[in-house]
Design a protein around this ligand. Structure first.
Ligand SMILES: NC(=O)c1ccc[n+]([C@@H]2O[C@H](COP(=O)([O-])OP(=O)(O)OC[C@H]3O[C@@H](n4cnc5c(N)ncnc54)[C@H](O)[C@@H]3O)[C@@H](O)[C@H]2O)c1
Length: 350
């Protein structure tokens, strides 16, 4: 990779979760000192098994809604990778209050203490749900619609705070709008599990998975290692180069707000592969991937039900901005990523 951070002190919030724990392993492998802040509400200590063997790793159990906890966690950190949040659109519809507290108040807590502590850059998990009801495909960062769920609102509000704090306090912020991330350690359990681990765990139990809608809805499924790459680059691309590339991108792309030379960096990027796969195609691909290990899975059929409220029909990213400014080059397509994920789930869930 052209730019990577090495030998830095970093904070990863939500580090016991799916994305955070994978990010921690990558940061430790680059000789960084890593602090993890997590309250284990959806994450698991098992995700940190290998990290805990590394002397450069420290685990802080605590809640991002507590400003004092955040202050302690960020002390002396050069970079913050803020992953902690309550994910899931249906969860935010069932309990909008807790999602709002964690995803907005927790975010502002972290951002505030990060700038106070003099962190060089604040990289945070944003979401493709911010595109809301805007129909255009592929999604480009500066064109968004109306939010369709409390979760989507929280993630958009975070972007507004990030921009505002960059303007007021001068902290550099980079938001990564993840598109349906999947891969090792993504939790298959619970009412709010994501679609890929949900399908996988049903099939491994020889149960018929349930598709919301008629299966034609589509998503830009993104393998975890592409997301790790984007995080590394988002932290490591030097300020001057970042701004130079932003100016060039803006001059070639209609509608991108003007880059102000003196302003601190505050940008958002799509993190995806840049293709879309329907739920029917996904179901078939997972069946094929798993029947290599258990041939009986090939005969299992899927059930269909109504669409879920708050879900968009189609989602697919333009990844041009990330390519131009961060040098993002996703290595795993949906197909190659799914092969890896099926192998991991077979090893760990069967
Ligand atoms: N997985 C995806 O497809 C996807 C897509 C878009 C955005 N995101 C965002 O990426 C981030 C990581 O998602 P994930 O899929 O790894 O989810 P996850 O649930 O596996 O991880 C989230 C982690 O945050 C921790 N956490 C939650 N509330 C906390 C609190 N109050 N204090 C401290 N820790 C807390 C959880 O215990 C968990 O370890 C989230 O911000 C999510 O909104 C994920």
């Amino acid at each position: 990779m052209p730019y990577e951070i090495k030998k830095q002190k970093v904070l990863v919030t939500g580090g016991a979760g799916f994305i955070g724990s994978n990010l921690i392993d990558s940061l430790l492998s680059h000789d960084n000192t890593v602090i993890c802040l997590d309250n284990f509400s959806t994450g698991s200590i098992h995700n940190l098994t290998s990290a805990q063997k590394n002397p450069k790793f420290t685990l802080l159990e605590g809640d991002i809604r507590d400003g004092e906890v955040c202050k302690k966690a960020v002390e002396g950190c050069d970079y913050v990778f803020h992953q902690a949040a309550l994910g899931s659109v249906p969860r935010s519809i069932a309990d909008p209050i807790t999602s709002t507290e964690v995803n907005i108040l927790g975010f502002v807590n972290l951002l505030f203490v990060a700038q106070e502590a003099g962190a060089k850059r604040f990289i945070y998990a944003a979401s493709s749900s911010t595109y809301g009801d805007h129909q255009a495909l592929p999604k480009v960062e500066h064109v968004i619609g109306n939010s369709l769920s409390p979760y989507a609102i929280t993630k958009y509000v975070d972007e507004l705070f990030a921009k505002n704090f960059s303007d007021i306090y001068g902290i550099e912020t980079v938001g990564l709008r993840y598109f349906n991330v999947f891969g090792r350690r993504q939790d298959p359990n619970g009412a709010y599990a994501a679609v890929i681990p949900k399908f996988v765990s049903s099939l491994l139990a020889h149960k018929s998975p349930y598709i919301n809608g008629d299966g034609t809805n589509s998503r830009d499924f993104t393998y975890i290692d592409n997301v790790i790459q984007a995080n590394q680059l988002a932290a490591a691309v030097p300020t001057e180069l970042f701004k130079e590339r932003m100016k060039e991108y803006q001059s070639n792309m209609e509608g991108v707000p003007e880059v102000i030379e003196e302003a601190a960096i505050s940008e958002v990027f799509n993190v995806a592969f840049g293709e879309r796969t329907s739920l029917n195609e996904l179901a078939e691909a997972i069946k094929k991937g798993l029947s290599k290990y258990d041939p009986a899975i090939a005969d299992i059929s899927f059930q269909y039900g109504p669409n879920r409220p708050g879900d968009v029909a189609h989602s697919m990213a333009s990844i041009q901005k990330g390519k131009s400014i961060l040098g993002y080059q996703p290595k795993y397509s949906f197909q190659t990523g799914l092969k890896e994920a099926c192998a991991w789930y077979w090893e760990n869930l069967k």
